[in-house]
Design a protein. Structure first.
Length: 111
């Protein structure tokens, strides 16, 4: 509010535009980010885009056992889940400053 109790709509709109730009920049950074995950102490490694697209999967030949496909499947799932968890953490870090304090009062997660 300005002195005299007047509401400054221009300042509010400017703040909203700045926040929108910051959110767009964070979204672009997250979309471009690559995140690695692993399981079995690095025996299975996966790289994904933070958007969830799988880019690569590396399997150490030591875990390829035709008699034990279940373990390999579990390791692949574990590596993917690890990478997705890291992608979510990256998103939380990028959006964290935008989601709390100093935001627009009354908007969920923004103030």
């Amino acid at each position: 509010m300005q002195p005299g109790g007047e509401f400054d709509m221009g300042a509010l709109l400017q703040q909203a535009q700045q926040m929108q730009q910051a959110v767009l920049e964070a979204q672009e950074q997250i979309a471009a980010a690559e995140v690695a995950g692993e399981a079995g102490g690095g025996l299975v490694r996966v790289t994904i885009k933070a958007t969830g697209e799988v880019l690569s999967l590396q399997i150490d030949p030591k875990v390829v056992d035709p008699e034990d496909v279940d373990t390999l499947q579990d390791l692949v799932v574990g590596a993917l889940n690890d990478a997705m968890s890291r992608a979510q953490q990256l998103a939380a870090e990028k959006f964290g400053p935008l989601a709390g304090g100093g935001g627009i009062p009354g908007l969920p997660g923004l103030g």
